[in-house]
Design a protein around this ligand. Structure first.
Ligand code: PEP
Length: 249
């Protein structure tokens, strides 16, 4: 999955009506490009609308923002991976910092969610990243390695080769403070080495995305940073023109 990836995380924004209008405007503006992959992560409630709006646009994929560890049953309010796949999702985020820090998602759960994703035919994008105080304590690498090791624990090398990891420093998400290209590059290099240590040559194929306050001004330098294979974008993906500009970098 080393082709550059541009992933839009709409978080808890954009209902079906707005999603339909967004997709009509975006697909009119965005010409398919073979040199990159685009993925939208709408709210689960807008996922069907987005899938429907993208019929005939195989260049743009849809993912679900979160899944539960089990396929079905008494888990009120949760998203099942097989149901998400049936609804048209091809990807899922796992371990997004808002899941970890607002909803208490554990490393153990991220491991199970990655397995549930693969079982359902979804490609996981495992999110990792340190809190500000962890960066200040100089333990960024320890935190990232712990999250990475746990999340990938049950996955085959083949899966690891075809999935993505998103490095998203928690202090950079939704704060307007992005990592510098140099900071992102250094952590991405560390992640790449850890993937190769874990999975040998397969670890060279995993895409490593940067996320955290990417916007239309900083996207080019972050995208161009060494070892950055793509971008995962929240706030700046909510505007059609801004998102199209970012996808074009
Ligand atoms: C995200 O939600 O993954 C994210 C990176 O958000 P933002 O771009 O708004 O910081």
């Amino acid at each position: 999955m080393r082709r550059p990836v541009f992933a839009a995380n709409w978080k808890m924004n954009i209902g079906p009506t707005e999603a339909r209008a967004f997709m009509a405007a975006f697909t009119a503006k965005w010409t398919p490009r073979a040199d990159r992959s685009l993925i939208f992560f709408p709210s689960a409630l807008s996922l069907g609308t987005v899938v429907h709006a993208l019929a005939g646009r195989s260049d743009i994929a849809v993912g679900v923002q979160n899944i539960w560890t089990e396929d079905k049953g008494a888990f009120t309010g949760e998203n099942s991976a097989p149901i998400a796949a049936e609804a048209g999702a091809r990807y899922t985020l796992v371990g997004h910092s808002e899941r970890r820090h607002i909803f208490g998602e554990t490393d153990e759960q991220t491991a199970k969610k990655c397995v549930a994703a693969v079982r359902a035919g979804l490609t996981p994008i495992l999110c990792v990243g340190e809190l500000l105080e962890e960066r200040e304590q100089g333990i960024t690498h320890d935190v990232v390695l712990r999250q990475l090791t746990a999340g990938l624990r049950e996955l085959s090398d083949e899966t690891i080769a075809s999935m993505a990891v998103a490095y998203e420093p928690v202090w950079a998400i939704g704060t307007g403070k992005n990592a510098t290209p140099e900071d992102a590059s250094a952590v991405h290099r560390f992640i790449r080495d850890a993937l190769i240590e874990r999975s040998g040559i397969a670890g060279e194929s995993t895409a490593i995305l940067y996320g955290g306050s990417v916007n239309s001004t900083n996207c080019a330098s972050l995208r161009a940073a060494d070892h950055v294979d793509g971008l995962l974008v929240g706030g700046a993906s909510l505007d059609v023109d801004t998102w199209a500009r970012i996808c074009g970098t």
